[in-house]
Design a protein around this ligand. Structure first.
Ligand code: NAP
Length: 261
């Protein structure tokens, strides 16, 4: 049995992605901090396809030790697709940022994603049909005012994932690495970014996609051979593209007798 891992599956894009992958007949491992929401999602997946196996992991991925423990707990599973979706934003000018929130954001958006990507690539790069999809943002290609630090985390996600895709292709690895870059999407994202209890997208955000639409774009990227799936920030069209950042293949090889680190 093969499994799709989705982090941040308890709401928004991750939640809808789980329903979309259920429609594709995929067994899943769904992770987030809110067990209740994951249980409800599991019940909904069972309505779509009662034959699917769904495992739930309640985990705070902003703590590195949890991230390693989470990955280790998945050893019994054969993982076909890994989706690093858990992440959050923050709207504030740099000098006014609440640093504990920023530190948590760096741990989740950058550190957890890097650890999980690295472990998955280490174990599965040569397994046919495997994919890793990391969720970046339009803000991972364009710096957005009052979201500089969040955007910088997403520039990291885009650069890391595009670079990984280049590296895997350079090695003729079986695994494909891809990056999804949504623009505004109606989820709990704005609530957490603005630190408010409620946020109404309709009337406040000029253009946005629903999380269900974004999950549809995620499937388009999943089905494609492209590395980047990005929403155009002006037209809101979804485009499949080749890597966007420049990439320099390494000219020199490692000197002989240099120990492996
Ligand atoms: P969302 O509804 O807030 O979902 C975020 C998910 O991440 C939730 O399931 C949340 O679950 C989980 N999460 C947050 N902190 C976590 C932690 N410490 N450990 C484990 N899981 C955690 O927002 P979303 O829009 O769907 O966000 C999904 C991804 O899309 C994020 O990476 C975000 O940066 C990106 N994105 C969103 C937009 C947008 O406009 N919505 C645009 C571009 C990119 P728990 O709270 O239960 O842990």
């Amino acid at each position: 049995m093969k499994y799709t891992v989705i982090t941040g599956a308890s709401s928004g894009i991750g939640y809808e992605a789980a329903l979309a992958f259920a429609g594709r007949g995929k067994n899943m491992i769904l992770a987030a901090r809110r067990t209740d929401e994951l249980d409800k999602l599991k019940a909904k997946v069972a309505e779509i396809n009662p034959d699917l196996d769904v495992a739930i992991r309640t985990v705070d991925l902003s703590i590195a030790a949890n991230v390693h423990e989470f990955y280790e707990s998945l050893q019994p599973y054969a993982i076909e697709t890994w989706i690093n979706n858990a992440g959050f934003g923050n709207f504030a000018s740099v000098g006014e940022q609440h640093l504990p929130k920023i530190e948590q954001m760096l741990h989740l958006n950058i550190e957890a994603l890097t650890i999980l990507s690295s472990l998955y690539v280490r174990d599965y790069a040569d397994v046919d049909g495997t994919q890793i999809i990391n969720i970046s943002s339009g803000g991972g290609y364009t710096i957005v005012a009052d979201a500089v630090t969040y955007c910088a985390t997403k520039f990291y996600v885009s650069a890391f994932t595009e670079g990984l895709a280049q590296e895997l292709k350079g090695k003729n690895a079986a695994m494909q690495a891809k990056v999804l870059a949504p623009a505004a999407t109606e989820t709990e994202f704005a609530k957490h970014s603005f630190n408010v209890d409620e946020f109404e997208y309709e009337g406040r955000v000029p253009k946005f996609h629903t999380a269900e639409q974004m999950a549809g774009f995620l499937l388009e990227l999943y089905d494609s051979e492209s590395v980047v799936g990005i929403v155009d920030g002006l037209t809101y069209d979804f485009e499949l593209r080749e890597p966007i950042f420049p990439y320099a293949a390494r000219a020199a090889s490692k000197p002989k007798n240099q120990p492996e680190n």
